[in-house]
Design a protein. Sequence first.
Length: 160
Amino acid sequence: MKYGNLVLEKHDFLMTRKFMELNLALEDYSHMNILEILDRNLDNAIVVDVDQIPSDVVRLYSNVIVQYSSGWQETFQLVAPGEINAKENKISVVSSLGASLIGLSQGDTFLYGLPGNAMLLKLIRVEQTGKKTILDITEKEFRKLFKWDSDSLMAKEQES
């Protein structure tokens, strides 16, 4: 990864955590595995304010182009679960592909697919659309989604 860990804007981080919490229907076992990996990655993510996020990082509503080693490319937009639309190439952030992409940056590579049949894809292009969403939550829910107690949250805030 270009930045060492996933990089997420604060609201994208919170929304992704919330979507994962609400995602009651799993596609299959491999999808569950992807969400577990994403959950672990979010625990180590670099979370920044909107004015600090690099423009080449995949966020909610980013348009992205991924490429397979054969040259095959696909373009799509990463959206909230309720906004998926196959005809418009809009995929959910908690889908297997979406969960594999959120927080990565242009130039990063990642594995996608079932074990033994996974493809190595490269993130060729990230374009920000300017669309954003804000999650209105209580302080208690905020701390729960961050999975930090008040002491570690304070320490994390002081480090930045």
